[in-house]
Design a protein around this ligand. Structure first.
Ligand SMILES: [Mg+2]
Length: 377
């Protein structure tokens, strides 16, 4: 082993809450803010790296569990270590803690942020290079008050946003069809419409419902049924023409391998919070590529720290054609807490510049939104 030039000597977890501008509704419940655990690693050479765990309780877990996983269970395995030993350290934490992919995503991101600063490369460059430095942005239409959503869409249309994902299944089928009809009538073929049920349909009735949507030419229909209803999801994929996307049903590489074998969906939604980091998402993407399954870059309710990590992932993926949904910090949260802010313009997220992650929390914004600091020495 070579002698480490940098040693991790600081490990702090900042638990933050950033309120939303408006509540978003989904097939799995309402969300009115971002709850995240931000990990700050520092080295004996004066470098600081950041990562984020943003769980969603109905989807992956809780912020309390993420903070405890980082602070209590992962911290002892990271302090004193060389931050460029990413694969070995992530292997160690996988062996001492089952699950908790968001906490592992936060740790991996902070290690990659440090490694990039040491190497003088961005995270996307370290992931093999930059296939694109801007990614088309999809905004989620998820307000129970559809008139408010129409106002949002009109405003975002002026900003150049052309992709809109309707969150469906939280009210009734007639409401969902009405919203699709209105948006298609108002914006014609210029608008890209997507649909996400967040597991909201009954498996025994899903094919009939999804077939009704096809008249509105959605790009895809995401996760119509429950996470564990894998056979039903594969049957829907086979029965309908519109591409079906697996989100809750495909977390990491094990789900992806099984999902590729059973053709559970036409597209996988990649999320660093599900897979446990950028490199695990690249592994899921490789499985998808081998199986002829498309990929898309989704997210949880995140600050710009996790969005930036997702943007590096998206930038490194040559086959990404469906865009991403890193809109939270620009259009959902009441504040973007990083400096610089995540670059969003003309309907696109742009790759942050500089070595490593390229963004870090603004100290004042962090202090304003912090609920708790875990920093046991
Ligand atoms: Mg989804």
């Amino acid at each position: 082993m070579t002698v480490a030039k940098h040693r991790i000597e600081g490990f702090r977890v900042h638990v933050v809450h950033v309120p939303a501008k408006a509540t978003h509704s989904h097939g799995s419940g309402d969300v009115s803010g971002i709850n995240a655990a931000l990990l700050e690693l520092s080295t004996d050479t004066g470098l600081t790296g950041w990562g984020e765990a943003s769980p969603w309780p109905v989807f992956t877990g809780t912020v309390e569990a993420s903070a405890a996983a980082l602070h209590t269970h992962l911290r002892p395995h990271v302090l004193g270590e060389d931050p460029v030993q990413v694969t070995r350290l992530m292997h160690v934490v996988d062996s001492v803690l089952v699950g908790h992919p968001e906490a592992k995503a936060a740790l991996e991101c902070a290690l990659l942020d440090l490694s990039g600063q040491i190497a003088g490369l961005s995270i996307a460059e370290m992931a093999g290079g930059i296939s694109r430095d801007e990614i088309e942005l999809s905004f989620s239409v998820a307000n129970p008050d559809f008139d408010a959503d129409l106002d949002d869409v009109a405003r975002l249309w002026e900003d150049g946003v052309r992709l809109y994902k309707l969150k469906t299944g939280f009210k009734d089928h007639a409401f969902d069809l009405m919203r699709l009809e209105r948006l298609r009538a108002l914006y014609g073929d210029e608008i890209g419409l997507r649909i996400d049920y967040n597991q909201g349909l009954a498996a025994h009735d899903a094919i009939r419902i999804v077939r009704d949507l096809e008249a509105f030419r959605p790009d895809f229909v995401e996760q119509p049924v429950k996470r564990h209803e894998r056979a039903a999801l594969a049957a829907i994929t086979q029965a309908v023409d519109v591409p079906i996307m697996a989100d809750e049903s495909v977390f990491g590489v094990v789900d992806a391998v099984e999902g590729a074998h059973t053709r559970i969906a036409d597209i996988f939604s990649l999320k660093i919070m599900k897979s446990g980091g950028i490199r695990r998402c690249l592994e899921v993407a490789a499985i998808a590529r081998a199986a002829g399954i498309g990929v898309y870059c989704g997210c949880m309710f995140e600050t710009s720290i996790a969005h930036a990590a997702g943007t590096h992932l998206a930038a490194a993926l040559p086959e990404l054609t469906l865009g991403c949904e890193f809109y939270m910090s620009a259009y959902f949260a009441s504040a973007d807490i990083t400096d610089p802010k995540l670059p969003v313009s003309d309907g696109k997220v742009r790759l942050p510049q500089g070595a490593g992650l390229g963004v870090r929390p603004d100290p004042d914004a962090l202090a304003r939104h912090r609920l708790e600091l875990l920093d046991r020495q």
